[in-house]
Design a protein around this ligand. Sequence first.
Ligand code: GLU
Length: 481
Amino acid sequence: MSKIVTRFPPSPTGHLHIGGARTALFNWLYARHNQGTFILRIEDTDTERSTREMTDSILEAMDWLGLDWDEGPYFQSRRFALYQEQIEALLQSGRAYYCRCTPEEVEAMRQEARQKGEKPKYNGRCRDLDLGPGPGRVVRLKAPLSGQTVFQDLIKGANAVDNRELDDFILRRADNTPTYNLAVVVDDALMGITCILRGDDHISNTPKQVMLYQALGFALPDFGHVPMILGPDKKRLSKRHGAMSVLEYREQGYLPEALINYLVRLGWSHGDQELFEPKELVDKFSLNNLGKSACIFNLEKLDWVNSQHIKNKQPAELAGALLSRLHKKGLPEIDRGYAEKIVPLLQPRVRTLEQLAEQATFFALPDQDLDYDRELLENYFTVEIKGYLQELLAELKRLDEFSQSGLEDLVAGFLKERGIKFKLLAQPIRIALTGKKASPGLFETMEVLGRERVTNRLSRVLEMLDANRISSGKVGDSYGI
Ligand code: GLU
């Protein structure tokens, strides 16, 4: 088998979106699995809508996803001479011709065809006029008038179009710019692309491209058209269904390997396996397992996949992300060692890195900045509990080994001596240390917070309660700082 060469050719008119990323991924995986070449090509022939900013954003998203390319990025805007050369060759060989019909005239022809119940198309008026170049003239392909254009789709099977349904489509516009179909075929042929995997929104272009390969005398690549990604309402995925851009998912705290894992399952399967690492995907990827049916985008499943990848990481791998997200939230810096201890407590509890940072906030906040909800203090801190917490505080200050097991032993003894249940103190302690009713296990949280934070926070709550003169278990008005 000859070397596999695939490509991803985004138009830089928007950010890399979920659908584009999946296309890039399939092409990347196919090339990597076969030790082939993956080419990145920026299709910026539409100079009005293409921007440098979007090109940079696409490259950044590819980079973040780990979809590295072997060649490129090539820019179509710098390859116009190559397209002109091929158009000239077609004109020379009589496989293309100049057309002087105005857009209004062409529209009238399309209208006429519609009225006759036919497909709207250019009627070939200039086909045999042998016109030369001139202002306002386009170049059209002299498409076959009869027969069929056939190709074998890797996913959808045999595909045949009656040539009478297609017209002499434009290769070069009046402003001298090449059309998408011309540029894409010239590039794919000259870059030696052996396999084109793309969304099935392009399948109607493929017969035209096949005609062009034939007219230019290039060998046909393989084509595979993957079903579009749909929203849960079965309509084509759009902003209405949530974030579209890959970088937005980065922002929201998805891991690149989780997004890759999720995207690959939108159209590809390997038995009933759901979780994959990128390396494993390279090993297992095969075109045979690409599915024919539409794929539904499901945010809940993406969240689940992300949560699993978060769980499987070493804490040190997530500490950097935690530090930078806390920093973005305006929290004072904490040291890396502390972050690495916080991460494992939260890994099983979060679905995104953003949730990780949110749930780590109480660890990072300086003791004096922890806020308490008035109602929580009112409900949980009776005079009796306050008394116990004061005694416990004194013991915590003296405890030799401030570890989870040391703390468990201390508290067990404390409860036993007084004949009280853990239930009585657990929530008040949790609230004093975290400001919340839910947190990771109390003793592991205490160990990670460390003696200083634990004792400071407990003392502070007790002082706040004192300052508000507790009577019958209720506290006064303000608990702020
Ligand atoms: N630039 C086209 C797009 O972004 C490429 C289509 C193709 O793969 O041929 O849709």
